[in-house]
Design a binder for this molecule. Structure first.
Ligand code: 5GP
Ligand code: MN
Ligand code: MN
Length: 303
């Protein structure tokens, strides 16, 4: 019995038409408390279903009829020394720059152009300031005092910053199908120090997660869901999004959830159905030393 959807159904209501509807979790605003509560009362983060997963070595032969995904994240304009393994599809889950400067985006795009993967799929993170139009509009009003180098940009320098990414598919609340896999990507993370794509915990983030369609194979977000590679040791806190976890486990159920965001959480876990991969390349001190994580998935049946 590899998957037990029925075990966790409490905060997800099944509607008359058979779809599950997620509502805001009562512990939404306090993820550390949410983790303790659901662990004690529902064993929600306990073995045997929930456990660590070892990354596969790069020289592991790819099984027949599988696609190999190479997961990276949080490269923060420090791509020069990264050794990239063999694979079919590259997934980058945000924070490819420090500030989203067009010069950084161009350098990242050039680096992508030299990589041999058949497809490259990228989302933004909270550091890609120029990709968040609402954030930039607010920053102008605040006279840019937080980000002096961004203040030197003229609107026409970053209006079309997405179009600099010519060597990948860029997803922002959108999806793409590659090699038969339906992949959805979204940049939003719980508010933390007022960066780009930050939203309050609760309904604001749930509204974004509610846009994720059922039936996707791979979910890409910048940050982790509650309880899976979301521990911040220096604060002794869980910071993953409770609404994202409920959406993933109770409604969307992708085979792979790729993210980064919390650099300290680098590594893999499973809940018995979905594999959660935090592939943060940079450490908490922004050294790009965590190796890319490769993951094989069986090809979907041809339709
Ligand atoms: P970044 O600035 O690249 O988005 O995140 C770098 C580091 O900041 C993370 O590895 C983590 O230590 C910390 N951080 C990021 N987001 C959060 C958050 O939501 N809460 C807490 N406590 N720390 C965070
Ligand atoms: Mn980061
Ligand atoms: Mn980040």
């Amino acid at each position: 019995e590899g998957s037990t959807p029925g075990r966790f159904v409490l905060a997800g209501r099944t509607m008359a038409h058979g779809k599950v509807s997620i509502s805001v979790d009562e512990y939404s605003s306090n993820p550390t408390q949410a983790f303790t509560h659901y662990n004690i009362n529902q064993s929600r983060f306990q073995p045997p279903h929930v456990h660590m997963v070892d990354p596969i070595p790069y020289d592991t032969p790819k099984p027949a009829s599988h696609t190999r995904f190479v997961c990276i994240s949080d490269t923060h304009s420090r791509t020069d020394g990264i050794q990239m393994p063999y694979g079919d599809v590259l997934l980058h889950t945000g924070d490819f720059t420090e500030l989203g400067l067009p010069s950084e985006v161009k350098k990242f795009n050039d680096w992508l152009g030299g990589l041999p993967y058949e497809f490259k799929v990228v989302i933004a993170g909270n550091h890609e300031l120029t990709f968040d139009k609402d954030f930039m509009a607010e920053l102008v009003k605040q006279d840019y005092y937080r980000f002096p180098s961004v203040s030197k940009l003229k609107p026409e320098d970053f209006d079309n910053v997405q179009s600099v990414l010519t060597n990948c598919v860029y997803l922002q609340d959108s999806d793409v199908t590659v090699k038969g896999f339906r992949i959805y990507g979204a940049p939003w993370t719980p508010w933390f120090n007022g960066w780009a794509f930050n939203l309050p915990r609760g309904q604001s983030l749930l509204d974004k997660w509610n846009q994720i369609p059922e039936g996707i194979d791979i979910l890409m977000t910048h940050g982790p869901p509650l309880g899976f590679r979301d521990w911040v040791p220096k604060e002794l806190q869980r910071v993953g999004c409770v609404e994202l976890l409920n959406t993933v486990q109770k409604r969307v159920r992708p085979k792979l959830h790729a993210f980064g965001g919390i650099h300290e959480g680098y590594g893999l876990m499973t809940d018995g159905y979905t594999t959660f991969v935090n592939s943060s390349t940079c450490t908490v001190s922004f050294q790009p030393t965590n190796p890319p994580i490769v993951f094989d998935l069986p090809n979907p049946p041809a339709t």
